[in-house]
Design a protein around this ligand. Structure first.
Ligand SMILES: *Cc1c(COP(=O)(O)O)cnc(C)c1O
Length: 335
């Protein structure tokens, strides 16, 4: 039995482990999707699983204000803004980029949930630790108790979210007799991959976890995921040698950069939506899914077998990139 720290019950779990029949038939590989895009409605996606543990700690420390950061269309910031409102906490978001002309996608929901938002140009956002400290000092001076959440809630505390998810998944795989060649996820801040990797070790699952990088290169993620696992080990003194765990990162499908996908990736998003009713996003899940399909075609997973794709959410980010989807407007119908 894994001894989990305190956790708030915020996510709708267990999420389904769903088989994709038509895609699997075409590929000759059985594709299963762990539907973590269904962890909630407005709070959907992977971040709520990490925040279940992070916010439990924040409340235990008596915090009344959450400060966190991310891109303008950050799913993590949206989940934090809404969960903060649910828990009666003030939320301040430090966002990277020029303020946009209109509210869309995640940013619309951040505002709707009443979060305070500060946008910084990339040059200023580079001094992120100083920005966190500045806003924390501001709230302390007003008599508040701020709690700082790192990018993507990825640290040793947030890692528990995907350890917990792996235990859930292990039971579902046993029930459905799925023994995957690999668990596949998108990696953005590394915490999901860190949690899945630790979760596999703790549950004695031997399949590799492959993170498809969406921004930085493989060396960056090797380092970041290892750091999160070390932080977890140091905080909780768990009987796992985190240095011995292998990490697998594929950085061949980043495309033009963070939050920017290729036309082929958008084509994959359109195709999966129509073929299986599975909605992917252009920042994370669509890139990773596209990468997985290319690797299957290359023969990386050697023929038939099961693959489990962790659908980490991101639906709202799709709306902010509607132009790139290349969809036709409906025609006027008169008959
Ligand atoms: C944040 C995010 C990821 C990446 O997870 P990390 O733990 O940050 O690596 C993947 N998919 C979606 C939709 C996300 O919002």
């Amino acid at each position: 039995m894994i001894n989990f720290p305190d956790r708030l019950d915020l996510a709708q779990t267990p999420t389904p482990l769903q088989f994709l029949p038509r895609l699997s038939g075409e590929l000759g590989t059985r594709i299963w999707v762990k539907r973590d895009d269904m962890t909630g409605c407005a709070i959907s996606g992977n971040k709520v699983r990490k925040l279940e543990f992070v916010l439990a700690k924040a409340l235990a420390e008596g915090a009344d204000t959450l400060i966190t950061c991310g891109g303008l269309q950050s799913n993590h910031c949206r989940a934090t803004a809404i969960l903060g409102a649910q828990l009666g906490l003030k939320v301040h978001l430090i966002l990277r980029g020029e303020p946009p002309a209109e509210l869309d996608g995640n940013l619309l929901l951040d505002s709707l949930a009443g979060a305070e938002i500060s946008c910084y140009p990339v040059s200023k956002y580079r001094r992120l630790p100083a920005l966190f400290e500045q806003w924390a000092a501001h709230y302390r001076s007003l008599g508040h108790r701020p709690y700082l959440i790192p990018t993507g809630a990825s640290d040793g505390i947030g890692a528990w979210g995907y350890i917990h998810a792996t235990s859930e998944l292990a039971g579902q795989m046993q029930e459905k007799a799925v023994s995957p060649r690999a668990l596949i996820c998108a990696s953005g801040s590394g915490g999901t991959q860190a949690g899945l990797t630790l979760g596999c070790a703790l549950n004695q699952l031997s399949c590799p976890v492959i993170g498809f990088a969406v921004c930085d290169d493989a060396a960056y993620f090797q380092n970041k995921v290892r750091e999160d696992m070390r932080d977890w080990q140091q905080r909780y003194q768990m009987p796992i040698d985190v240095e011995s765990l292998s990490l697998h990162v594929n950085d061949e499908y980043i495309g033009p950069g963070y939050a920017r996908a290729t036309p082929e990736m958008f084509a994959t998003i359109r195709r999966l939506a129509a073929l299986e009713g599975l909605i992917l996003d252009p920042v994370y899940s669509g890139k990773a899914f596209h990468g997985m399909l290319q690797e299957i075609k290359k023969g990386t997973f050697q023929g038939a077998g099961d693959l489990v794709f962790i659908h980490t959410g991101g639906l709202f980010g799709l709306f902010a990139q509607r132009d790139q989807l290349d969809l036709n407007l409906p025609n006027q119908t008169n008959n």
